[in-house]
Ligand binder design. Sequence first.
Ligand SMILES: *Cc1c(COP(=O)(O)O)cnc(C)c1O
Length: 267
Amino acid sequence: MGAVADNISVISKRILEAYNSAPLDQRAKTVPRLVAVSKTKPIDMILEAYRAGHRHFGENYVQELCEKSSSPIILKECPDIRWHFIGNCQSNKSKDLMRCPNLAMMETIVSQKLAKKLNSHAGSVEKLPVMIQVNTSGEANKNGLEPDESVECAQFIQKECPNLKFVGLMTIGDIGNSLAASDKGENPDFAKLRETRALVAKELNLAESDIELSMGMSSDFEEAVRMGSTSVRVGSSIFGERLYPTKPAAAATSGDTLTDTLRQVKI
Ligand SMILES: *Cc1c(COP(=O)(O)O)cnc(C)c1O
């Protein structure tokens, strides 16, 4: 494991190689974006990556994103930082989320109710780009909408949420699928996200290539890129393994359920 800046350059190179070797009819229009997932990691590491030229960062706890994005040093030294929110956002946290400075994308809309809430707290004149999180593995304990619900939610965002802009679909997927795919080829979660995109494109009358796919993490981003990912979310391969604080009691008082906390810890 090298320094953060070196890791970013290694991962970026691997993204480019996977993109260049991908079937032309399957890959994204342009080289996928790398979102560096900095959750649980200190601000110093974010500064290091930013100084090396990196701009897109992902966080999956609302409170942590609020703290980092509004910290004086980040505001001063990282004026062009682009924050992606990639975690569970309970409706009662949507106001806090929408107030985070430099929030560039909310990737995890899991209900029309959440979309409506986020829309109602939008402050800026620009629409916030949003993605819908799709449950591609069918696991009951995974967050995300079923493919047909995703179509309805995208329509809802287009019609009823003038402060949001629907830009794509996101999946976390099942780690088992991801490991099996490294032997067998196609990852079924990524295939399912592509299918969902086809459905959404048809119903919303959009070109498939205009709908982003956020898929691929440290263990499977190259496969995701070959299957058409437009945005990969890589954490531990850039910042090192995460050490999670084990404090379910604190999480419970802040409104998260214990199950949520455990689910997040598994990710
Ligand atoms: C933590 C996280 C990632 C990054 O995972 P790594 O395996 O560390 O690359 C990606 N996406 C989401 C939604 C996450 O919560």
